[in-house]
Design a protein around this ligand. Structure first.
Ligand code: 16G
Ligand code: ZN
Length: 524
């Protein structure tokens, strides 16, 4: 404990900060006030590892799609999943310790309450995205780890999903170096590529906007060194990850999705496919311009419906009895939900926002497809499925399904893995972007942000689709919704910003604006 007390003198909580909160994506805020949080999160990671008998825990330093001056940190559990929920509260407690003495007291209490055996070694791996504040903040986390006498492995700059992948590999006896990521996914890619009928296979051609983030060098490495000759033509734009001041600025998945427009640096050729990653490459959206030069977004909903349609067919071909389900959030476009339930006759579940919620529900199915509309998602395959398809059957469908269980990152949504999955699927289905998009037409929608006095007053139920507090507000929203055709609207407090989000959807653009404005007025 002396070591913690001593090291903590250099990482005191700034008095200006009222309260730190471990939210949906860990701690995330302006990098200037994150030093002490990094230190306490390092301590907690070591405790978590000891608690789990010395399993490897991950620390990822990133603020994803946030502006360059922000940063953040989140912990990754042994199988590459998000930190267990109870521990989010412990992270919050340690981060808010007012002094080194209080911190030591909190750490002691935690050790006692959780019966942590300090003699168990702790193993932690650390990585960061390309932000300027990364190295200094990483050192603060390492100081916390060193104070706990943890074994630390620093990986430098990685995408968030790479860190998740490596944590899982460390705990499952798999290769433990960054190159194992490229080897693993490229092997699966090449196997499926070979199984797709050679003569009719359209060439793979993609332009990737990497948000000037860490996804740029990583996807280039995969394509240049591991998939040479397989990706026929590709280009990475907004690839200036060594200029962190440009990160997410007028580019990236969040910019494209929010503004429904092309990122800077692209003058699009009609019906050619483009993709955008976010700053830490755990999200991807696709888009193109149609023959009338109109921007068309292929977001998380379009990705999940494409995957659903593909996997249903593949399962049919195997003749196996496997459950396929899709998990969405309230932000999923109503047309996508209709398409899944009416056309594909699939089970669709809705959960609150945040990957951990979707991930959990997706585990119920043999093939659980989950995506947030913003492009964050993956597909989970059950042990049962893997067992059934890994038999040495020569049939193409079996083999394809088997290699897809490897091509799609099983630990977390991964822009690079999702990208190459989609590229193979549209190649196999021989779909142009226009054809992919034509499965259903999105209902016009609008996402607005309202700054309120206290966002914690907004409490929801029914997977965030219904407000229970402030009392009476939901009834008023319902009345507005009834005034428009195919109307839908919900209000929820943001988990990452001090604001309330208002989503609205309706049959026409005019009606959506009318609905959105009316609901925003009610919320103010
Ligand atoms: C976090 C979530 C993301 C979600 C977003 C919503 C993870 C890893 N990230 O970034 O999935 O879409 O929060 O933000 O779960 P909001 O609460 O501000 O609307
Ligand atoms: Zn991200």
């Amino acid at each position: 404990m002396d070591k913690i007390l001593q090291a903590a003198q250099n990482h005191k909580k700034p008095e200006s900060v009222k309260k730190y909160q471990y939210g949906t994506a860990g701690f995330r805020m302006n990098a200037n006030i994150l030093d002490s949080v990094m230190f306490t999160t390092g301590i907690l990671a070591a405790l978590r590892s000891k608690y789990l008998g010395g399993k490897f825990i991950g620390i990822m330093i990133t603020a994803s799609h946030n502006p360059p001056q922000d940063n953040g940190v989140k912990l990754v559990d042994p199988m590459g999943e998000m930190l267990e929920q109870h521990w989010e509260a412990y992270a919050t407690t340690l981060a808010n310790a007012a002094s080194p003495e209080v911190l030591v007291k909190e750490v002691r209490e935690l050790i006692q309450n959780l019966k942590i055996d300090l003699k168990v070694p702790s193993n932690v791996i650390v990585a960061r995205d390309s932000r300027e504040s990364g190295p200094v903040l990483q050192q603060a986390a390492v100081d916390g780890l060193v104070a706990m006498e943890a074994n630390v492995k620093q990986f430098g700059v990685l995408t968030t999903p790479q860190l998740h992948f490596l944590v899982r590999n460390h705990n499952t006896g798999k290769p433990k170096v960054e190159t194992s990521y490229y080897e693993y996914f490229s092997t699966a890619f090449k196997e499926i590529y070979q199984l797709i009928d050679g003569d009719s296979k359209p060439p793979i051609d993609i332009v990737i906007d990497a948000a000037n983030g860490i996804g740029a060098p990583k996807v280039e490495k995969l394509f240049d060194e591991y998939l040479k000759g397989k990706i026929h033509s590709y280009k990475v734009i907004n690839d200036k990850y060594t200029h962190p001041e440009t990160l997410n600025s007028h580019c990236g998945a969040d910019f494209v999705k929010t503004n429904q427009q092309l990122p800077q640096g692209i003058s699009a050729i009609p019906d050619k496919l483009y993709a955008s990653f976010d700053g830490d490459a755990d999200r991807v959206v696709f888009y193109f311009v149609n023959s009338a030069n109109k921007f068309q977004l292929l977001d998380g909903d379009k990705i999940s419906t494409l995957l659903a349609r593909y996997f249903i067919k593949l399962v049919e071909q195997t003749g196996l009895k496997l459950s396929v389900g899709v998990v969405q959030t309230a932000y999923a476009n109503g047309s996508s939900t209709n398409y899944l339930t009416q056309n594909l006759k699939l089970a669709v579940e809705c959960t609150p926002t945040g990957v951990k919620h979707l991930h959990h529900v997706a585990q119920k199915f043999d093939i659980g497809i989950y995506f947030e509309a913003n492009g964050h998602g993956t597909v989970l395959f059950s042990e049962n499925l893997i067992e059934q398809v890994s038999s040495s059957s020569d049939e193409h469908a079996f083999k394809k399904l088997y290699y897809f269980t490897q091509l799609i990152n099983q630990s977390v949504g991964d822009a690079i893995s999702d990208l190459i999955t989609v590229l193979l699927i549209i190649s196999d289905l021989q779909l142009t972007p226009t054809e992919w998009n034509s499965a259903y037409a999105d209902l016009p929608n609008k996402l607005a942000k309202v700054i309120v006095k206290d966002r914690t007053e907004f409490k929801t139920t029914n997977a965030e689709r219904t407000l229970i507090e402030p009392k009476g507000l939901q009834q008023k929203i319902d009345q507005e919704v009834k005034k428009v055709q195919l109307g839908r609207s919900f209000v929820r407090a943001s988990g990452t910003e001090d604001a309330v989000r208002v989503y609205a959807e309706a049959k026409t653009q005019e009606e959506v604006i009318k609905l959105s404005e009316a609901v925003c007025e009610l919320v103010k």
